[in-house]
Structures are given as C-alpha cells and as structure tokens.
Design a protein around this ligand. Structure first.
Ligand code: FMN
Length: 169
C-alpha cells in the first residue's frame, strides 16, 4: 500500500462511472471509532470556489450518525475484486456487525479520518454543508413516489475536497 497524493487537475477519472458503476465507500470517524457504507449516488464538481463532493445519505443509516459527529469524511473507490466487500457494506449495518472483519478490508487512518488499505482512490473531504431533502422540493413527483415511500429522505452532504490519494501498489 502506498497512498500518493494527487493533484485534482491530473485526475483521469470519469465521475459518472466511478460513482454509479464502481460505487464507493463513504466513511467517517477515526481508526478507533468509525463507520462505512456503500454508495452509488453522489456528485463530484465545484462549488464555492472549491472542488467538492456531494453524498446522499438516508437519515436511518448508521453512517449518518458518524457524518454528523465528524468534520471529515472519505470517499474510497475500489478495484473490481472488492465488489463483494462493497455489496456487503451496502447491505449490512455497522450497528449489527464489524464490516471490516466480515469483508477483510483493512481500515487505515488518513488525515484525521479513515479509509481502507485496499482502496485505489480516496477523496478526503471536509463537511461544509448539510441539507435534508424535502418533499416539496421534488419538481418531478415520480422520484418522490419511487424512492421515498417506505425509506426516509436523504440528507445531502457537500464536502470540500482536502486531498486526493491514489494507491500505487
Ligand atoms: C450499490 C449500493 C449503493 C448504495 N447507495 C446508497 C446511497 O447512495 N445512499 C444511501 O443512503 N444508501 C445507499 N446504499 C445503502 C447503504 O449502503 C446500506 O443501507 C448500508 O447497509 C448502510 O450501512 P450503515 O447502517 O452501517 O450506515 C447503497 C447500497 C448499495 C448496495
């Protein structure tokens, strides 16, 4: 494992496929006390003159608690061989199990936050904005009916990207 800091301008990623097809782990906390979950919705771009990431987290996720009590979070992208591990982290709650133990992922502390030794790309982000989604904000009512009938709304978290690391193995 050798995490090497990259310049955002040098990144070659496609954010659309990175988020929706590869998925990512959204993690917050410290090595001693953290939680992580799989996400396949999100956004990467620019706001308030800063490269930023937006994550959408339903309020019932255990990870939501960790996002609330920590100033930093990370977005970790993995090679295809960890698909099963990500599927596990997206279908089990950290309230009920130790996801690292169950998947074999190795937690590592990074810039006062947390990621995993097997990640290929990591965005370290600082929370700058949180916004609960509201029913009256849906201009297309189809999405409200489709995604929020039995599940709670998402909070959106915008994080300013503090650093990007690539794992040069
Ligand atoms: C492929 C995939 C993508 C997911 N994307 C999201 C997402 O973007 N936002 C969200 O709130 N939950 C998403 N989930 C669900 C959470 O990962 C899942 O509920 C997880 O068990 C929450 O864990 P926690 O309770 O430990 O936080 C996704 C699950 C999978 C399998």
């Amino acid at each position: 494992m050798a995490f090497v800091k990259k310049e955002i301008a040098d990144l070659q990623i496609n954010p659309f496929t990175m988020i929706s097809k590869k998925w990512f782990l959204l993690s917050a906390g410290t090595l001693e006390d953290y939680n992580t979950m799989t996400c396949s919705w999100g956004a990467v771009g620019e706001i308030w003159n800063a490269p930023s990431v937006t994550a959408y987290v339903r309020t019932n996720r255990y990870t939501h608690e960790y996002l609330e009590k920590n100033q930093l979070f990370t977005i970790s992208v993995f090679p295809e061989e960890y698909r099963k591990a990500l599927a596990f982290c997206g279908s089990h709650s950290g309230r009920d199990c130790d996801k690292a133990k169950e998947t074999g992922l190795t937690p590592v502390g990074l810039e006062n936050s947390i990621s995993f030794a097997q990640a290929e790309f990591i965005f370290v982000c600082e929370k700058v904005y949180r916004q609960p989604m509201q029913a009256d904000g849906f201009l297309d009512p189809e999405n409200l009916g489709k995604f929020y009938v039995k599940d709670p709304m998402h909070d959106l978290y915008i994080g300013r990207i503090l650093a990007v690391y690539e794992n040069e193995r």
